[in-house]
Design a protein around this ligand. Structure first.
Ligand code: SAM
Length: 707
């Protein structure tokens, strides 16, 4: 216990030209990687199926930032000293601070300011986890060879039944195809190698671009030539002057970078009259800055423009830089199988260098170095932990499921959050883990099994079918499909493959889904009545706008405190749009501030719905055609009545499912239980403790309606 971390990243540093090319290749290689919902492991990240390669030369020192490039000058770089920050956690580990209770979420400390000149990452709030080089992954299962999964819902104590083609069609695999933050697959060896390349290799390959100061420079105060870089002479604004293709006409990335940094200093100046190119306004300089960021970091201009609106100039550059650095590798101890202390000890015995993730989580561990593949240790295979991004803990902590509750995880594959919910429920109650992408439910199912979750039912519906499929949940998690602008360090393809249309379509889908989520909650739940909405995107369109829309459409629902004590407050107004003031209860997370993936979390309490006045709302709901109407319709049924569960109907479904499974896997034909089916169709089954509505069985629904 108490081993010192040897590979800690410094604050994200600018890329070398070589890295930029690499990132570009990654982005291009990614192509529409996000589009099928099966994106590859990060170009920047590492592969948890491989051992860490520790950087021996750097042992005990803060990681070296990549040198900053200035015309014809040897780069001298300043590093933020994070040693002090680390000491707390190291001490905690040494003292065996592995308590398992989950309730404390203290505010993070601010990063210690470095003496001397300004660091490139402004206002770095202390993230819950310290940095290291590795990528996280939850889906350890190969999704390529699709095993048929039953459409709709099936419980794990059953043999899994294959679905027939008809089911597939009916349910649809409507995966909007945007990357998820937990969606990584293993592999990508070359990228792993590059992520762990030793300093010597970097230096050799990078030439003068990565020319570093001597090691001594990193032991003490490191000087920067920032001021030298930022003199105003000789700069032009080619993008503003209409020379947009300058890069192709001989301007090197190095020059672009130098100008970009100069522009940051010009644009972030608080003075009324900015310095800079004579006769040009601040917005001219901003235009050039956007161009240079797009060129230097390899983004499309549309996305840079969108993201720049979130930040001032120097914070923007910190954000874009942090997207070039992988986030820390973190794991979550599975309290259904072990305790964090025991897990930590077992991994330490295997030579893994780790620490508690931070005081805000009692189940998270951060891994700094490992001689064994973290995604293939006996402990991993035995389900003692989940490889899970730190940000991915947050929505579940906010959801705060209570033992015995019925919880819906609307978009759940590959199951990082589902299995956490299951653990917090202590294997009591039920988690309905839904995902519209059948292929992805395979890795979800595998994770559920591996983690020993016995209270999970996997479903394969378009989540917009809820609450028709089933309603009356105590809590609902909507970890929505999104553009992935918070996880660019894992999926560089986002830099170039998102258009305005994508953002519009996503926001539309998210608005539909959030209304379905709200409508699926039992407002009378004795213990709950909450939904959590989260995305791994930082755009306001996908976050505050969606939440604000939901508040307008469902006035009986209100935002409540997430219970997460760190994170930036959500916007209450943005770009001239005003949101409900309670949007400040929502939380934003940024890679450059919290050293975790960009993320957004909002928590709603669902109140009792007022009976709708005839004609009211209908017009508004057209904005998200389809779903809202569907839900209003569903809500016309008495939503205040607790949902019920039709056991008889289940029985028929279960035996049909078993019959199909035997036929497919063992070739054993069993006659259909027509009688059982007929019974379900003809006789209203007695209510028990839940309710299932099957979209296909209109007859059945009719009967229930009449009843
Ligand atoms: C952000 S990921 C979910 C990650 C998951 N919550 C976890 O923690 O592992 C979004 C998921 O939404 C699914 N999805 C996309 N559109 C959907 C829809 N209409 N209904 C249900 N799921 C959908 C995708 O297949 C994807 O698995």
């Amino acid at each position: 216990m108490g081993r010192k971390a040897t590979r800690k990243q410094g604050v994200p540093a600018p890329l070398s030209g070589r890295d930029i090319e690499k990132a570009r290749k990654g982005a291009n290689k990614g192509g529409n990687g996000g589009a099928d919902g099966k994106k590859k492991a990060s170009s920047a990240g590492a592969d948890s199926s491989k051992p860490f390669k520790a950087d021996k030369a750097n042992k005990g020192k803060p990681a070296k930032p990549v040198a900053k490039l200035v015309k014809g000058k040897k780069p001298r770089v300043k590093a933020v000293d994070r040693e002090d920050e680390d000491s707390d956690a190291e001490e905690a580990l040494e003292q065996g601070d592995y308590s398992d209770s989950e309730d404390e979420v203290p505010a993070p400390k601010k990063a210690k300011a470095t003496k001397g000149k300004k660091a490139s990452s402004p206002g770095v709030e202390r993230g819950p986890a310290r940095e290291l080089v590795f990528s996280d992954s939850e889906a350890e299962v190969d999704d390529d060879k699709e095993e048929r999964m039953p459409a709709g819902l099936h419980a794990f104590d059953l043999d899994e039944a294959p679905s027939d083609a008809e089911d597939d069609e009916a349910m649809g695999d409507d995966d909007f195809g945007f990357p998820s933050e937990d969606d990584d697959e293993m592999g990508e060896d070359d990228e792993v190698d590059s992520a762990f390349a030793s300093d010597e290799e970097e230096g050799a390959a990078g030439g003068e671009e990565v020319e570093m100061g001597s090691d001594d420079e990193f032991n003490g105060e490191i000087q920067t030539n920032l001021e030298d870089d930022l003199d105003d002479e000789g700069w032009t604004l080619p993008a503003v002057d209409g020379i947009v293709e300058e890069h192709e006409h001989g301007t090197s990335l190095r020059e672009v970078e130098a100008r970009m940094r100069w522009l940051v200093s010009v644009c972030s100046s608080k003075e009324d009259k900015i310095r800079g190119v004579a006769g040009k306004s601040r917005s001219d300089h901003l235009v050039q800055l956007e161009h240079d960021i797009a060129t230097y970091f390899g983004y499309n201009h549309f996305l840079v423009n969108k993201l720049m609106k979130l930040f001032n100039a120097d914070e923007a550059i910190a954000f874009f830089e942090s997207n070039e650095t992988p986030r820390p590798v973190t794991i979550r101890a599975n309290t259904l199988r072990t305790r964090r202390r025991d897990l930590a000890q077992a991994l330490i015995n295997r030579g893994v260098n780790l620490e508690p993730i931070g005081k805000w989580s009692k189940v998270g561990l951060q891994i700094f170095e490992s001689p064994v593949p973290v995604g293939a240790t006996p402990e991993y295979l035995a389900g003692h932990y989940m490889l899970q991004a730190a940000s991915s803990f947050l929505p579940v902590i906010a959801l705060a499921p209570q033992p015995g509750e019925r919880v819906l995880d609307m978009a759940s594959a590959p199951g990082g959050k589902t299995t956490y919910i299951s653990a917090l429920l202590q294997n009591t109650g039920t988690v309905f883990a839904n995902d519209s992408n059948k292929a992805r439910t395979k890795s979800l199912t595998a994770n559920v099994h591996r983690m020993g979750c016995k209270n999970v039912v996997v479903c394969n519906y378009d989540a917009r079918e809820f609450p028709r499929v089933m309603g009356g949940f105590d809590r609902v998690l909507l970890d929505a499909p999104c553009s992935g602008t918070g996880v660019i360090s894992k999926d560089a393809s986002v830099k170039v493959n998102k258009s305005e249309r994508d953002f519009q379509m996503l926001a539309h889908l998210q608005k539909q889904l959030i209304l379905c989520a709200l409508d699926s909650v039992n407002a009378n739940s004795a213990t709950g009545g909450y939904i959590v909405y989260s995305t791994c995107s930082v755009t306001v369109d996908e976050d505050e706008s969606v939440v604000d829309y939901a508040l307008r459409k469902r006035p009986h629902c209100k935002l409540v405190d997430t219970g997460l004590e760190f994170g930036v407050e959500g916007y209450t107004s943005f770009e001239g749009k005003h949101f409900h003031p309670s949007l400040n209860l929502t939380r934003r997370y940024y890679p450059h501030k919290h050293n975790m993936d960009g993320f957004y979390v909002a928590k709603f309490k669902v109140g009792k719905r007022q009976k709708k006045k005839a004609g009211a709302d209908a017009e508004d709901d057209d904005e998200v055609s389809g779903s809202a109407a569907v839900n209003d319709d569903a809500m016309d049924e008495d939503d205040s009545a607790p949902a019920t569960f039709d056991a008889k109907e289940d029985e028929a479904l279960i035996s049909e499912s078993k019959r199909k499974h035997l036929l497919k896997t063992k070739g054993i034909k069993i006659a259909k239980k027509d009688e059982a089916k007929a019974e379900v169709d003809d006789k209203p089954a007695p209510k028990s403790d839940g309710q299932i509505k099957l979209p296909k069985s209109k007859k059945l629904t009719e009967k229930r309606r009449q009843k």
